[in-house]
Design a protein around this ligand. Sequence first.
Ligand code: C2O
Ligand code: CU
Ligand code: CU
Length: 465
Amino acid sequence: MTGHSHSHHQHHGHGHGTPASGPVEHGVSADAGVAQHRARSLAIPAPGRSVVRVELDAREVDWAFSPDRLTRAWGFNGQVPGPVLEARVGDVLEVEFTNRLPEPTSIHWHGLRIPAPMDGTDMVQHPVAPGETFTYRFRLPDAGTFWYHPHANEVSQLERGLYGALVVRADDEPQLDAERVLVLDDVKLDREGQIKPPGGWMEKHDGRQGPVRLVNGRQEPVLTMAGGQVERWRIVNASSARYVRLSLGGVPFRILGTDGGLVDQPVTVEEVLLVPGDRVDLAVGPFLPGQTIEVTSLRYDRRTIARSRNERFATVQIGAAASSRATIPSKLRDIEPLTAADTAPTREVHFGVRPSLRTVVKFVVNKQPHHRDRPVKVGELQVWELVNDTLMDHPFHLHGFFFQVLSVNGQPPAFRSWEDTVNLPPRSRVRIAWKADDRVGEWMYHCHILEHHESGMMAHFEVVS
Ligand code: C2O
Ligand code: CU
Ligand code: CU
């Protein structure tokens, strides 16, 4: 993209809008307010369900991530992570959000299939200015583990602690003995123990990965769990760039769900990869009383400059045995394939780099930073070949819609699932299929390594009827 300056905007160097073709000046459309108002009034609970009202604010907080460490952070409702929001499928979630930060922000509902005007990006709303309030209101269509985070100045806002989990339940969930939500993150501190401001060429290349590993905002916590029980762990990777190759010290566990809710049947594994933005629901246990389980991230070489190692996130101490009533059905749900695995792509999307004087490289989509992709028609099958032309991994995230992975370098995935985030290994071709339901408007996809997104490895497009 040439002849188009990105430097005069506050967010990641650009704004957005609807161009006819070629480079255009972006910007939220003039009738965005009308569209938001309309979306709010059309959000009605399903029969028998209700409106879940929540007040959220973003503000500065003294964050005690370990007993002897206090750092100045930003949190939702004064905590890191923000509160776990819980609701049921068919409920309407109404969030009155107030920005008490010194800079503009917004909330994106990662993974939710909600109307475009509520997506929280700079395509569909002006960032919420300091002191202002914005109401998000939408119906929750799917059960699963989701999360929320700003979609403005993400590189520093997420690192400072602005993120939280959102759990949506269905009536027919598998019954386990207990459930916990584990939000994973890491931070990088300066000598005074404060969050280091973002920057540096290595961080721009690798994405920021901090040595302090956090579970629910605490550094390598010790958790306790009853012996003999099976728990459901809902795990969110909220870190800027860290690939978490999750292991419980080699003990097998079962995958029950991923980004878009339950998988078709439980999958027994000894490790699972969570790229930034990813979620996974696991059935964990049963363990013996007195056992100690280490929750670690195994070495994963995503071809960064910094080297990867095995690193601990948490320790789980198994207490006295308790009775178990956990039942995990062998079939969790039906997931019909959208299309045959070898269906020819309807579009190819290239993820690449190009040299840049300022930052060594720029991360781009189809050779352009902040690319404008072709529209997508409601109901039309999309088969996208995501081509990673680079020598490092990129976590691809599609806003607002779930997709199925058809193949990774020609190989079918290990199990059937709905996803909104998928890893693109170095020099790979990942084929996905999806279909836009009737939610027209401005959407986007991007690499969820926040520094790559900021640099321009993203595209926006319109869903049209
Ligand atoms: Cu969680 Cu646009 O992202
Ligand atoms: Cu962009
Ligand atoms: Cu990337």
